[in-house]
Design a protein around this ligand. Structure first.
Ligand SMILES: [Cu+2]
Length: 504
């Protein structure tokens, strides 16, 4: 059998899985070994990471040469064998890809988890841009089960710019299950949020939930002396982390990237944090945002840009002819903590950058989003289906919901293949939410009720007391999660599904 025939057969079976009837039909790794093109190999593994001088057991998603994640060249297929050596079951979501339903990397009734010790094959056409991969099971993402997924275009390669990829994280030495238990008070009414029948056990090593730990919470008791500000106005972060990481490192010992004097750099920034929105701070450098979530936008210049969980920004920076060392920082919203890397030209002295900024940052708001315009917007066409959903829930009890329903009791948004769909998300809860849709990218078409021809993205901030409207052509059949990308919000219920039915 030729590889082409194999591929056609595979795509046909993937399509039938997408018709929602049957079991997953992913091809086993062994069946692909006769192919002309060898699959790229990735493994999910445990690893020891030193954070601020202390060892921590975390996960990684790495190639055999220990490169974290994947970097694909123009025209290269997403042909991957993923081995699960994590010591527990998992599933890896290809965040930003728009593959057939069976290959999205989410477990549900139709798609099993990857068992510990098993492998899974993937074969689809990747979507260009800066994307990433992460666990979509339990709380594994909190233990750094995440990596870059970069798909270069021919234009990227022609451009005279050095590529620098930065994956941002928030980090805790605690067991993530303990962190969540500290927020929920030790009990979770609604399980792990993935509806796969396997979920709810966090990273797999947290059995008993400890007693409530108020030290993790921005409790009501902190609110004394805050003048007229309401609890809601202050509620930016649920968890106090031990560190913030840029490519696994803190500002105590940051990654220093060698760059050329007078050179150009394309920063591929990925907010892979579970519960932290960042302000990107380019310091002395002027930057130009050229892509959002991997999709080209009209250039937007500045030195400070907000970025919520799940989002990516591609920013071009020009280094001065005289050279120097230039920290690229990410500061947590509402806080002084920050992380980052350093761009340094040959011979430049790299000074120390404090892990705390001089002043706390404000919330990440819509100021960048309002300035973004897609280079390749949706066509004009009539709407086939329109939905309004409310983002609900709150801190006490710690349960986050959509239309007051946690995942499992959700009402799916059902559309037909080919329809133009719009979804307005109205935030009635006391926190902002980065909302991520699987299976297709969307255009941001309104913010707080004001229409715009915004960016094409897969993750959009819905601020407190605000709303965002997204629109897309539903062209990918399947049951696609639509959820908050704050992991702890998703884990307690803030997820629904877009069901795109194939009607042919
Ligand atoms: Cu949320």
């Amino acid at each position: 059998m030729t590889s082409l025939q194999t591929r056609r057969r595979f795509l046909a079976s993937a399509a039938s899985a997408a018709a929602l009837g049957g079991l997953s039909t992913l091809i086993p790794a062994v069946a692909r070994q006769a192919r002309a093109a060898a699959p790229l190999r990735l493994a999910v593994e445990r690893r020891v990471l030193e954070v601020m001088g202390k060892p921590a057991s975390v996960f990684g998603i790495r190639q055999p040469d220990s490169t974290s994640g994947l970097f694909l060249d123009p025209g290269q297929r997403f042909l991957v064998d993923l081995a699960n050596r994590a010591g527990e079951d998992t599933v890896i979501h290809w965040h930003g890809m728009t593959p057939p339903y069976a290959q999205d990397g989410v477990a549900d009734a139709n798609r099993p988890l990857i068992r510990d010790g098993a492998s899974q094959g993937y074969d689809f056409e990747p979507r260009p841009g800066t994307h990433w991969m992460h666990s979509h099971h339990g709380l594994q993402e909190q233990l750094l089960m995440a990596a870059p997924l970069i798909v270069r275009t021919a234009d990227d390669q022609r451009a005279d710019a050095q590529e620098v990829t930065v994956l941002l994280h928030d980090f805790t030495f605690k067991d993530p299950a303990e962190v969540l238990a500290g927020l929920t008070g030790g009990g979770m009414k609604h399980g792990g949020g993935h509806g796969s029948g396997h979920g709810g056990h966090g990273s797999g090593h947290g059995g008993a939930m400890p007693m409530m730990d108020h030290s993790n919470m921005k409790g009501m008791g902190d609110m004394k002396g805050m003048g007229g500000m309401t609890m809601a106005a202050m509620d930016l972060n649920d968890v106090e982390y031990d560190a913030y990481l840029a490519n696994d490192r803190t500002l105590d010992d940051p990654e220093v990237v060698r760059v050329e004097r007078g050179g150009r750099v394309r920063l591929r920034l990925i907010n892979g944090a579970t519960s932290t929105a960042f302000h990107i701070d380019l310091g002395a450098l002027d930057g130009t945002v050229v892509a959002a979530d991997g999709n080209p936008v009209q250039p937007v210049s500045g030195r400070r840009f907000g970025m919520v969980m799940g989002q990516r920004l591609d920013i071009l920076v020009q280094l001065p002819a005289e050279g120097g060392a230039f920290p690229i920082l990410a500061q947590r919203e509402g806080e002084r903590q920050r992380t980052g890397i350093v761009l340094a030209t040959p011979g430049a002295a790299v000074g120390r950058t404090a892990g705390l900024a001089d002043a706390a940052a404000g919330p990440v708001d819509l100021s960048l989003e309002r300035r973004l315009t897609a280079l390749d917007p949706l066509s004009e066409r009539p709407e086939g289906a329109a939905f309004t959903i409310r983002l609900t829930g709150g801190m006490a009890p710690y349960v986050w919901t959509i239309d007051d329903r946690p995942f499992g009791e959700h009402r799916p948004l059902t559309v037909r293949k080919g329809q133009r769909v719009s979804i307005t998300m109205v935030n009635e809860s006391p926190m902002a939410h980065p909302m991520h849709l699987h299976g297709q990218h969307f255009q941001v078409t309104a913010l707080n009720g004001t229409a715009l021809a915004g960016a094409v993205r897969d993750t959009v901030l819905v601020p407190m007391n605000g709303s965002a409207t997204i629109a897309f052509d539903a062209d990918n059949p399947g049951r696609w999660p639509l959820h908050c990308h704050n992991l702890l919000h998703m884990a307690t219920g803030m997820m629904t599904e877009l069901v795109c039915e194939q009607t042919i």
